[in-house]
Write a protein that binds this ligand. Structure first.
Ligand code: G3H
Ligand code: 13P
Ligand code: ZN
Length: 314
């Protein structure tokens, strides 16, 4: 099976078009039928390209067969510009397996390894994937805080622009995730004054003018979703995301893939909590999951429109 059998496309064309047009493609993480339906419905309604992102743990949660069954059932056509992407693949084997399953794009995240080892493993993945027309993202530098379950960095380690140029040249990757001050999860900043390192981004974009750059940890953490969760029995205090004006500036400076997971988790949770609070007698999962789906859809619409500017780009 290859990704073409599922109507998927790799990310090369969509990201180069985004780079030329100074907009971004959203990579939204999903982990069940409802989140997949919500992202796909919005993408189609908004005529936007999209990257459907699956982490290794989400893949384990859904199961390979169930995941690819849902992708087949979605009846995707190549002209819709939809990619299926392995997010934070931690080994050559995980990436190669995703390629063989029908993913059209993979990320090899060896950013926690020494520079030369990161180059070696990223180049190996690129060689395997490129033989099968699958696009490859790699990461250099480390995001602040929780990078993922296999990483234990707690300090920020920004991407070095000179290393970035060498890394890309020696690996042959198609896009590069850089560290300029974002972090995964809902607690990204101590204060409202913190700014991303646009100086580093601009220097990298200057040196790698033809390479799509990727921003992980790019959720904006909408305060209305936090408010809804906390009003309905939740307790998520003082969470802060990346302000939308900084995300737009990053896109304007060369970022053309924006990764969002936490915002959709918040939307889903807010939808379930609000519905069950308003309807305490209800115990029909289809009802509260529909409410969750609808808030996820609204969040994707809002971000495609007001952050990524990817609407009507298909
Ligand atoms: O970047 C990481 C994503 O948010 C995935 O998180 O491993 O809990 O699915 P996860
Ligand atoms: P957030 O936690 O900011 O949504 O980041 C998601 C991400 O980078 C997925 O790879
Ligand atoms: Zn990430």
């Amino acid at each position: 099976m290859t990704y073409k059998d599922f109507g998927l496309v790799n990310t090369d064309d969509m990201l180069h078009r985004a780079m030329a047009g100074k907009y971004a493609v959203g990579a939204f993480n999903f982990y069940n039928m409802e989140t997949l339906q919500a992202i796909l419905a919005t993408t189609r309604q908004m005529h936007s390209p999209v990257i459907l992102a699956v982490s290794e743990s989400a893949l384990t949660y859904m199961g390979e067969g169930m995941l690819m069954g849902m992708i087949r059932g979605a009846n995707i056509k190549p002209n819709e510009q939809i990619a299926l992407h392995l997010d934070h693949g931690h080994s050559f084997e995980a990436c190669a397996h995703a390629v063989d399953m029908g993913f059209s794009s993979v990320m090899i995240d060896a950013s926690h390894l020494p520079f030369d080892e990161n180059i070696a493993i990223s180049a190996h993945v690129a060689e395997y994937a490129h033989e099968r027309s699958v696009s490859v993202e790699a990461e250099l530098g480390m995001l602040r805080g929780h990078e993922d379950e296999n990483t234990n960095s707690s300090d920020s380690c920004f991407t070095n622009p000179d290393d970035a140029a060498r890394f890309v040249q020696q690996t042959g990757i198609d896009s590069l995730a850089i560290a300029i001050g974002t972090s995964h999860g809902a607690y990204k900043r101590q204060s409202d004054d913190e700014e991303l390192r646009f100086d580093i981004l601009e220097e990298i974009a200057n040196q790698l003018s033809d390479l799509p750059l990727v921003l992980h940890g790019a959720s904006s953490i909408p305060q209305n979703l936090l408010g809804a969760i906390n009003k309905c029995g939740g307790n998520i205090a003082d969470a802060r995301g990346i302000p939308t004006d900084q995300l737009r500036r990053a896109i304007n400076s060369g970022i053309c893939k924006i990764n969002v997971d936490s915002d959709l988790r918040l939307a889903f949770t807010a939808g379930v909590r609000e519905f069950l609070t308003m309807h305490p007698e209800n115990f029909n999962p289809r009802d509260y999951l529909s409410a969750a789906k609808s808030l996820v859809q609204n969040t994707v619409i809002d971000e495609m429109t007001n952050i990524m500017d990817s609407v009507n780009r298909v």
